[in-house]
Design a binder for this molecule. Sequence first.
Ligand SMILES: Cc1cc2nc3c(=O)[nH]c(=O)nc-3n(C[C@H](O)[C@H](O)[C@H](O)COP(=O)(O)OP(=O)(O)OC[C@H]3O[C@@H](n4cnc5c(N)ncnc54)[C@H](O)[C@@H]3O)c2cc1C
Length: 393
Amino acid sequence: MAEWSNWSGRVRAEPGAIVPADRETTVIRAVREAAKAGQRVRVVGAAHSHSPLVPTEGVLLDLADFTGIVGVDRESGVARIRPGTRIADLGPPLRAEGAALLNQGDIDRQAIAGAIATGTHGTGTTLRNLSSGLIGARIVLSDGSVAECAADREPELFEAARLNLGGLGVLTELSLAVRPAYRLQEKIWLEQVDAVLERIDSLTGATRHFEFFWMPGSDRAACKSLAETDADPVYPLAEEGKRLAWSDEVLANHRPDKHSEMEYSVPREEGPACFRALREMLHRDFPDLAWPLEYRTLAADETWLSTAYQRETVTLSVHQGIDQPDGPLFRACETIFRAHAGRPHWGKVHFCTGDELARLHPRWKDWWRVRDTWDPDRRFLNPHLERLRPAPA
Ligand SMILES: Cc1cc2nc3c(=O)[nH]c(=O)nc-3n(C[C@H](O)[C@H](O)[C@H](O)COP(=O)(O)OP(=O)(O)OC[C@H]3O[C@@H](n4cnc5c(N)ncnc54)[C@H](O)[C@@H]3O)c2cc1C
């Protein structure tokens, strides 16, 4: 028995074995051996998920050394990337090829396959999550065979793989959309939060990226915008809020304080009302909360399990320190998110059942149908995912 815990230490597991794999043949062998022994298989990326997606009593495949860029085709705007590559390790080599990721989240510590598996996103009304940038993948399936998928090749497997929750198989190579390398100028400022909400559409539309953080108890928001620029990068890099550099150097932030997090995506037009409802509830019921609420935007997409599936989106995240109880806080927030048609972030805390998810996600049952077709022995499921299975029709 081995021991495993996630980034915050809140999610723990005792897998039968943790098996490192630095190449596809090792993954295939491990999956075949697990199948022979009747064991389940899960994969861990960088262990940054707050939801119990990784824990298994079976075999936990660790792809931390399965890294690197296989190739970049600038003409078609596609980079082929090995699954364990940290997002932080993509910036410089992509830039050397004149390319960059379309967007990134708050941090760059995640493995690319782990980030894709949960719909990791940044902010920007014209920008989609990382999963929507997946345009092809190689997947080791439950019998150890390898499938290649893309929009025109095993299209249903591909749609399910874009945001896959680790439940389809092991992604061993990802083809990801990239764009020409670009520079960003970062700006932060404080503003009355009600004034921000009143002009939220012009703020979110004014620059490529806009978000704000609001600290409970405060009447002001810390606003942050990132605008594309042709200006030369300034080194050494300035502190967060003042950077002018290549996109990967500006998009990533340092977030060392251990916390747990709940995040929901609501329809764009519900964002301000949902924020106000959360603010009122937090003032009343959790006046001592010392962690910020984060407000971001996402473009609509077509990725089956994306929280922005076919709707322009606002994401709202609530945080709690790991030394504090988070259950009552998150349950109170979730009641409000649900009242605003919220869909939970797959990699963060939520208390939804499979049937609730089926009501929130038009393609949830399709995802399970495809998953069960390609993994009939349920090799790649774990207790958390089993709990999220929708009831049969
Ligand atoms: C400090 C912090 C900041 C964060 N900021 C953001 C943010 O800005 N935006 C956002 O959207 N999220 C954010 N998150 C959430 C995080 O991006 C997601 O939970 C992400 O999935 C974590 O990636 P990981 O590499 O750690 O994956 P893990 O947590 O290790 O795994 C996530 C899932 O990926 C699966 N997986 C991993 N590799 C493979 C593979 N090769 N094949 C198949 N499945 C695989 C795992 O089985 C699991 O189901 C943040 C989390 C933390 C702790």
